[in-house]
Design a protein around this ligand. Structure first.
Ligand code: CMP
Length: 140
């Protein structure tokens, strides 16, 4: 999926307040195509593994607690230069610093409760997609 697919997660704060539809509509309007999606509640083990790269950071415990606190919606999205394009579309980690019109500016509450995750490299997009989806879950 290098170059044209990436992994996103609508996080519990946004999913549980009914923002998933608006966020997907915004991303589709920006040219992303939905390739796979599921709704699930992460276990502590899954969230810990997904965010293992942040283990040891001061916010790690809070991050795992938040990501397991309700339902989330992992999705694979397709677009040219998908990783970069999606990170631009979601905005800065801290919604106070996110550009106008980005997902986090519109829907995030705080740096911790920031509505959406997006892969930060093609390598991580592939790894994170495999974390949630089998090859047969992806369309085309
Ligand atoms: P995400 O893109 O999912 O990747 C790591 C997450 O850690 C990040 O979004 C934030 O939601 C979360 N986080 C919580 N506190 C911090 C912080 N102080 N600095 C960076 N990330 C944080």
């Amino acid at each position: 999926m290098a170059g044209h697919r990436t992994l996103t997660i609508i996080k519990p704060d946004a999913f549980n307040t009914g923002k998933a539809g608006n966020i997907l509509a915004l991303l589709e309007a920006k040219g992303f195509t939905l390739i796979a999606a599921r709704v699930m509640q992460l276990t502590q083990e899954q969230a810990g593994e997904f965010y293992a790269v942040h283990k040891g950071r001061p916010f790690y415990g809070e991050l795992v607690e938040f990501m397991t606190s309700g339902y989330c919606m992992p999705m694979v999205l397709e677009k040219a230069e998908a990783v970069l394009a999606l990170r631009e579309a979601i905005g800065a980690t801290d919604p106070a610093e996110a550009a106008a019109g980005t997902v986090r500016k519109l829907y995030a509450e705080s740096k911790g409760r920031n509505a959406i995750h997006a892969s930060d490299s093609d390598e991580n997009a592939a790894r994170e997609s495999t974390f949630f989806f089998a090859e047969t879950d992806l369309i085309r």
